[in-house]
Design a protein around this ligand. Sequence first.
Ligand code: ADP
Length: 658
Amino acid sequence: MPTETFEFQVEARQLLQMMIHSIYSNKDVFLRELVSNASDALDKLRLEALRDDSLGADVSDLHIDLEADPEARTLTVRDNGIGMSRDEVVQLIGTIANSGTAKFLRELKEAEDGAATEGLIGQFGVGFYASFMVADEVTLLTRRAGESQGTRWVSSGAGTYTVEDVEDAPQGTSIVLRLKPVDTEDQLHDYTSRWKIKEIVKRYSDFITWPIRMAAQPATTVGADGDSDTDTDTAAGTDADAEVSGAAAAEPETLNSMKALWARSRDEVTDEEYSELYKHISHDWTDPLETIRLQAEGTFEYQALLFIPTHAPQDLFMQGYKRGVQLYVKRVFIMDDCEELMPSYLRFVKGVVDAQDLSLNVSREILQQDRQIQLMHRRLAKKVLSTVKDMMSAAPDRYATFWREFGRVLKEGLLGDFENRDAILNVSSFATTHDKDEPTTLARYVERMRDGQEHIFYLTGESRQAIENSPHMEAFQAKGIEVLLLTDPVDEVWVDAVPEFDGRQLRSVAKGEVDLGTEEEKQEADTEREKEQQEYADLLTWMTGRLGENVKEVRLSSRLTVSPACIVSDTHDVTPALENIYRAMGQKIPQVKRILELNPKHPLITGLNRTHTERPAEAGLEETAQLIYDLALLAEGGELADPSRFVRLMADRLERTL
Ligand code: ADP
């Protein structure tokens, strides 16, 4: 195939433009990204060679090579890993597959200031494209293991790239960066400087499990003209490179220690090292919010190093989001996204689990049935939840970040994970009428409960404002009783599945009868209620008959103070919002009839009762009954079955007021 020129996908082009103009201040990370990709490619080759004998790839010395040429101003990152086919190069390098990208780029456009943009880039991570922060041209030469044809990809990052076939490419991938010019004095950003490269590798990639090697520079380029590399090395007080200036320095040096951080004790590892491992695993450029270590000893030995990110990824709620941690067996990488180790509601947790007693050939099918894996899954989930619990008291700000980013996902656990239900409830926070800004835990809510209050009250809805203005809230507001305001879609579902917290029922203020106040108040209310009940008995029977198609009962309300009427559900009935969710999931469920409650103190209702008693045959009574129902439906944000009839009736009534 001849050389072809391609255009980058629109999103890729946008991202490249940002890289070329280097809005990210820490340019050193480009090397971390390339080394990280190379390391993944080595992992993949090793696994594929295990699975497929006929691959014919040499896996005896898998490693990463770095090569700097100060004169040509190039830096080469080479691996003898899996490589890419021509199609893969076009697919993987020319486009951005990440499903959250579109959203990310939209936000990026909206972010006006540099710091915000940089933060967003950091959350997203840009991988290979980070090369264009430091290079004005990048050449990628690659051959996929098992294929004979190699591919060369060249681009300056500006709109297009070329792809051509290459006959004699070595297996794996080499990436040659033609570095942008730097000030000769600028040691800090000279990426051909041996000292600089070593420093970056040490800082960001030390834990990589494959050797990262760097050939000693030939003696001819060192010395006479005052080679800066050796000078800097001396200046930095390291002596490891002493041999560089010697002509015999042919042995490549391995720059990383390759130590598995999860197998080392806490005091041997710095926070920065943990952070860098996290970044390698997660492709996130931001430090993790929390690092969790777990060392299980005994018959089934394993180590886990888990991370809670600082930001929820853009695609956390999209289908196909890859969850799970990396699985290693005895320090050897086995698979990414091992979902068997983490419940879905903790899908944002990243990290490594290294098990001592699994087979290196372990497959997903085996994992799904393995009892040890199930035990690990349980233990890891508990560990994450207990870490969040600790965070609540030890680092409230970090917990607040956690909850803002991941609360919505965590609450999914209230549906399926019965064993950890209390643990999840204990680390959950909810918006509340008690405080406009600060969410509350259930424990705090319970502490504040009024004398005589038996239940934990909540209301679900679209937004805080919609809930606060709902007629269902009136009596609670009047009596100053705290109500939790639940606005996440998942809230509709879990509240139905969780009967109680700390022995108190969770009760929707839009369901069942309300019965508020102290014993004394309740008794008073009961007496008054009885009186009203007699006064309204006929009206209620009549209205129940009239509106029978829509409601199963019309009754008097004790939850309204301002509105004439509202619609409520029976305590154990499905709410309309939940009905909608089930329907959206394709489940057929019958429409549940609800209850219309009337406010016996509202002039509209007292007037209606009077007319109904005095002139039961009065034309218009039926219309009024219908209108009251429609108004109640509108007040809770519901949709009218027949809006045009409503408009007609309303217009007619308004006309009569003029
Ligand atoms: P990410 O690493 O976040 O997926 P990149 O843009 O860095 O994004 O890389 C895109 C894809 O290109 C990788 O997922 C991988 O499939 C492929 N790739 C990149 N570098 C290499 C490499 N050195 N060897 C083999 N494949 C690579």
